[in-house]
Design a protein around this ligand. Sequence first.
Ligand SMILES: Nc1ncnc2c1ncn2[C@@H]1O[C@H](COP(=O)(O)OP(=O)(O)OP(=O)(O)O)[C@@H](O)[C@H]1O
Length: 263
Amino acid sequence: MKAERPAAAVDTSLIEVRDLSLWYGEKQALDRVSFDLYRTGCLAFIGPSGCGKTTALKCLNRMHDEVRDVRITGSIRLEGHDIHARSVDPPLLRRRFGWVAQKPNPFTSTIYENVAYGARLHGVARPGAELDALVRHCLEEADLWDEVKDRLHRMHGTELSGGQQQRLCIARALSTQPDVLLMDEPTGSIDPISTGHVEDLILRLKARMAIIVVTHAMEQAKRVADRTAFFHLGRLRELGRTARVFSNPHDPACAAFIAGKYG
Ligand SMILES: Nc1ncnc2c1ncn2[C@@H]1O[C@H](COP(=O)(O)OP(=O)(O)OP(=O)(O)O)[C@@H](O)[C@H]1O
């Protein structure tokens, strides 16, 4: 795979993934994957079902730690430090990542508590005015504040509409003030209007943080991602600026996938 530099010279790497391989028992799911994640901007992971996109995403915040029979080789460096080093505290590492799943999964607690919980747990804000301000800020960033500000303490997150729930989950993901937002098909189970809302959020947030979005929607990758990575059978076969990957893919499997020849 040919490396390709980003357009903006100011981009610097926050994370460097090198020769990352992963096995679930006997089954190899990632095969020598390498890529850089810059401090800002959006990187899309595309590729056919089962090619390793979610697995690669989960490696970054060590979500496989608790999964039995998982073996990982290669390296992942965050600001130059090996995330698997003994000195790394996994909960502290995970705080630097926000996770947004395909299906909105708010806690069965109030809207306020959904956002406040992680911030309180990690000591990001002191209970009281500081926490209130953080909750408001996160809900504003997720473009949900105006819709919920009058019922923060009396409505459960699970009572919101699907699209609102997903924005609540984004607010929750932002509450620990992460450097990276990991989004695993974040619009895969919400309606088109809510999808537009979430895409607008990605466009806004990526100006100040790194975002990886796993998506099956090619048009979505084109709309939100600065760079796109194509996975196939556990290998990262192509990575480059989104416009170039879609207009002039170098890898034959990537070209066939984008042309809709398989999926
Ligand atoms: N916990 C697990 N145990 C065993 N095999 C797994 C596990 N999770 C994923 N796999 C397998 O690893 C491979 C990669 O899966 P992964 O979910 O990363 O792919 P994906 O590209 O995200 O797929 P999709 O687009 O369908 O979500 C698949 O063959 C999958 O069946």
